[in-house]
Structure formats: C-alpha cells, structure tokens
Design a protein around this ligand. Structure first.
Ligand SMILES: C[S@@+](CC[C@H](N)C(=O)[O-])C[C@H]1O[C@@H](n2cnc3c(N)ncnc32)[C@H](O)[C@@H]1O
Length: 391
C-alpha cells in the first residue's frame, strides 16, 4: 500500500472510531465528542504490545499507520504500552469507551483547572486540555519518569501548551497548580489521599477508580468541610491497572494466586445472573464478604484454564466468583457458602445496582449509616456505603 493510500485509510478508521464510540454512548456530552474528534489517538501511541497466547509482542505504529496498526489504535480497546518486570501490563492507553464515559462523568468546563493522575501516553491529558480550553489548565502526574518525559515531549510538539506533565507520585498531587476544579485518576486506587482533598477547590470533585469487589468501580467524590471527608456515588463499572506506591494503596498485589495440586477437583456452579448485572453483584458481594479479594485460581481439574475474580482463599483451595459462575476448588466449602449467601442476599435486597449506593469516606469515627449500610477501612480512612432510600 502506498503512503497516500495508508493516509486515506487512517482517516477513514479515525472517523469510524469516534462514530463507534458515540454509538456506544449516544447521550455523550457534545463537547466530549468534539474533543475525541479533535485529538488523534495515533499521535500518542508509537507502538504497543499485542498478546499472542501467553506472550506479548511489540507492534510499532509508525506514520502513516499500517492497516493492522490502525485497526488496533482506532478501536475500543486498551493498548498496553509498557510491560512491567513482573510480566504484567504497567501502562496503557486506556479503553477509549471507558475514557469517554469518564470524561463525560467528569464534566470539565472551559477555564477549569484539572489534575490527572497517571499520564501514560498523554492522550487523556490532551482530551482534558481540549475540554478545559485555552483558559483552562491541566496538570498530569506520572510515576514512570520515562513515560512522563515522552508524554511531555509529545504534548509540547502537538501544541498542548496548557498541560504540565509532572513526574512523581500522584498521591502527592501537585500543589503549585492547586486548587483544582476536577481530579481524575486513571490508575486503580485503594486509598484516597488527604492531599487530594487539600488540593481540590470547594466546589470541585474527583473521579477515582476505587478498588472494591476485585474491580475498580468509578467513584465520584465531592469534598466535605471536614478535612479528608468526602461524599460520593458510583458512576459505573470499570477495571484498571492498579496504581503503584503506598500512597494510593498500591502496595497490595493485584491478585492472590492459588494453585491446586493436579488431583484436586474444581466445581463450577452457574450463578444464574445476567452478564450485565455482574458489576452490581460483585460490588454487593464485596460489601457482604469484606475479606473477599481478587483471587486467581489455577491447577487441579482446571487444567490449562485460569480463573480470576472475587474470592476467598482457603487452607487448600479457594472459592471465587468469576464471570457468571462460582468456582469451588479444593477444600474451600465454607468460603463457597459465604459467597453463595452473598449472592442470595443481593437477590433478597432487590438486586441493587451500582447507582443505588451513597458513600461517605473520611477519618474514622464518622456518623453511622442508617438503614442498610456497611462500614470498612480504606487505608487510614473509613468508608461507609449505604443503599439509598427507596431501593
Ligand atoms: C492506564 S495508564 C493511564 C492512561 C493514560 N491516562 C493515557 O491516556 O494514556 C495508568 C498510568 O498510571 C501510572 N501510575 C501508576 N501509579 C501511579 C502513581 N502513584 N502516580 C502517578 N502515576 C501512576 C502508570 O505508570 C500508568 O502509566
């Protein structure tokens, strides 16, 4: 294919890509759609890893793009750009559909000051800069200094003069750019640091993929007057790579791995739950079984299969919810009973959805929730989750 044919192809792919995202989110804010049309994802990805079986191989994305590279970049899928020493993805350009949903929920307006945690490729920072306009300002923090330098260079070369890329730990925020009207984390967090409360303006808000139920549901947080206190709600399901560094709670391994001896049986029970309700069920199960965590089960009668989800490891084995099934491996019978009970409880509560909860996060000792509520520790803070009235 000639260079000019490639360029034409690239343009067609690019237009179709945004059309497809808008088809998925027909109610998206027109300003967010406009930003996606104006900022080219390919400008931020010079290559990425493609999974082939158990191996990752690198695909360079030089301009004009090959049809293969364009097919990956202009699609609603994440692109892994860094593999860590542990062999797991360490940075990516997030799934565009999820980015669109987050930008829509964040409601960035002209002139706003925005703090992003996790610069990665810089693509989302560029979209934020478009939304905040020439009178706005975006500060984006990246812990990987090489990624931060590359993103700064790219954004500068593309003329994004209102973005500052800061190398460092997002848990510290960036005081010189504060106060911020919006804060968005693009890496999964277990803890919401007090610095974010300090650096957000009074009427501001944060959107954080906050670890719960073995995933990272999008959590919208509004600061309350008491330092470090927030109220919140869940804006939708999401999965993210976990942030690194103790300040965001990233000192916990993403999955607890349980490997069964070859002779052990693994039973699979169908939960009888529709796939589009699983995020709701997992969130509830994470409340009802507070010690349940992300577990990966392999070996035994699973053979080469590996299952990962919300589970409880037992002395020999584990029980976990994964997809529409409950897996019980080894001697994890009482763990399986606890997860089954949580599923029954979710049904008896009327199968609540993510949008029906209200959250309070803050220093321990806050008021108890009335009605149906759960309380648990989140780093140094305490979180109360309540099922809203009239569920
Ligand atoms: C999913 S990627 C972000 C995608 C990015 N927003 C984009 O548009 O390409 C998550 C990024 O968060 C970074 N990260 C992880 N922990 C961090 C921390 N504590 N502070 C700042 N960045 C962090 C990772 O290095 C990774 O680049």
């Amino acid at each position: 294919m000639t260079d000019s044919a490639r360029r034409t192809h690239e343009c067609i792919f690019r237009v179709r890509y945004v059309d497809e995202l808008v088809r998925l989110f027909p109610a998206v804010d027109p300003a967010v759609e406009k930003a996606f049309r104006a900022v080219d994802r390919a400008d931020f990805v010079s290559g990425f890893f493609v999974r082939q079986g158990a191996r990752w191989s690198w695909l360079t994305a030089g301009r004009p793009l090959t049809a293969e590279a364009a097919g990956w970049i202009y699609a609603n899928r994440p692109l892994v750009t860094v593999i860590g020493l542990n062999g797991a993805p360490a940075s990516s350009s997030s799934m565009p559909g999820l980015m669109m949903a987050m930008l829509d929920a964040l409601a960035v307006e002209e002139g706003m000051r925005v703090l992003e945690i996790g610069t990665g490729t810089g693509y989302n920072a560029a979209l934020l800069a478009r939304l905040a306009g020439a009178s706005g300002h975006v500060v984006t923090i990246e812990t990987d200094s090489e990624l931060a330098a590359t993103a700064a260079e790219r954004l500068g070369a593309l003329g994004f003069t209102t973005v500052d890329v800061v190398g460092g730990d997002g848990a510290d925020g960036h005081l010189p750019g504060a106060p911020y009207d919006r804060l968005v984390a693009t890496a999964g967090c277990r803890v919401v640091p007090g610095t974010w409360w300090d650096q957000l303006s009074g009427g501001g808000r944060a959107l954080v993929p906050l670890s719960h139920g073995a995933t990272y549901p999008l959590t919208e947080l509004v600061p309350e007057p008491r330092r470090g206190s927030w109220t919140g709600r869940l804006a939708g399901p999401a999965n993210f790579m976990g942030a690194t560094g103790a300040g965001l709670g990233g000192d916990v391994p993403p999955y607890e791995a349980v490997r069964l001896p070859a002779a052990e049986a693994v039973a699979e029970e169908d939960l009888g739950v529709e796939p589009d309700r699983l995020a709701d069920l997992f969130f509830f199960a994470g409340l009802d079984v507070p010690d349940a965590r992300a577990v990966r089960l392999s070996g035994g009668s699973l053979g080469r299969k590996l299952v990962a989800g919300l589970g409880l490891p037992a002395t020999e084995g584990a029980a976990l919810l994964c997809g529409t099934s409950l897996y019980v491996g080894g001697t994890a019978h009482s763990a399986a009973d606890r997860l089954r009970k949580a599923v029954e409880h979710w049904h008896s509560c009327g199968r609540p959805a993510l949008g029906q909860y209200r959250l309070r996060l803050g220093p321990p000792g806050g008021p108890r929730g009335d009605g149906h509520s759960w309380r648990f520790r989140r780093g140094p803070a305490e979180q109360v989750v309540e099922l809203a009235e009239g569920r």
